[in-house]
Design a binder for this molecule. Structure first.
Ligand code: ITT
Ligand code: NA
Length: 192
């Protein structure tokens, strides 16, 4: 089976491709010749994921999926959450988002956080969602140079080190994205 992956984030593609066997393969927007910045106008990861997959389904008519991910920090009442990509501002970089979280967490004893991924699959015109959660803690300083986004300041529970110290294969043993993708694969194996 072939699925279009409605994303402009190459890191997401790399992580998900590392999990896929022979059962199906994914085509990126770039490979499909689609150049758009898909809007994320909504208040929840679920709604944004739906917006992205629906947009691409309406353009291509092909089976496709998207995912929206947020870092949810307990002491920050779930922030940055749905605005994780632009927490420090529209034009800012991942490093600026990290600095903002580190500053807001300064002196904070409760370091609990989670990454949450919501996949929206559109299969034969019908939407199906799959969620993956990775619990962990916000570190007090950056650690490691792998990965992307908030990876340098997030340590998944049980690892004792940040996602940014891990290879893609190691990160996939813990990650929110990998858990959501496992559910997607299981659904496709049962229903596709
Ligand atoms: P799309 O094209 O798929 O929308 P995006 O980069 O805009 O890609 P999101 O809207 O899901 O992604 O924004 C989530 C942000 O949260 C993203 O820009 C990263 O900075 C961060 N993020 C997402 N997954 C992450 C992960 O596994 N590790 C660290 N940070 C992550
Ligand atoms: Na996005």
């Amino acid at each position: 089976h072939t699925l279009v992956f409605a994303t402009n984030n190459h890191n997401k593609v790399k992580e998900i491709r590392a999990m896929l066997g022979e059962a199906f393969h994914i085509i990126t927007l770039e490979e499909a010749g689609i150049d758009i910045d898909i809007p994320e106008p909504h208040a929840t990861l679920e709604e944004n994921a739906t917006e992205k997959s629906k947009t691409i389904f309406e353009m291509t008519g092909q089976d496709c999926f998207s995912e929206d991910t947020g870092l949810e920090v307990e002491a920050l009442h779930g922030a940055p959450g749905v605005i994780s990509a632009r927490y420090a501002g529209e034009q800012k970089l991942a490093a600026d988002n990290i600095e903002k979280v580190l500053q807001e967490m300064q002196g904070q004893a409760n370091r609990h956080a989670q990454f949450r991924t919501v996949i929206s699959l559109i299969w034969k015109g019908q939407e199906h969602q799959f969620e993956g959660i990775c619990p962990g803690v916000i570190l007090t300083e950056k650690q490691g140079g792998e990965g992307f986004g908030y990876d340098p300041i997030f340590a998944p529970a049980g690892a004792g080190r940040s996602f940014a110290t891990m290879t893609t294969t190691e990160k996939n043993q813990f990650s929110h994205r990998a858990k959501a993708v496992q559910k997607l694969i299981a659904w496709l194996q049962a229903n596709a």
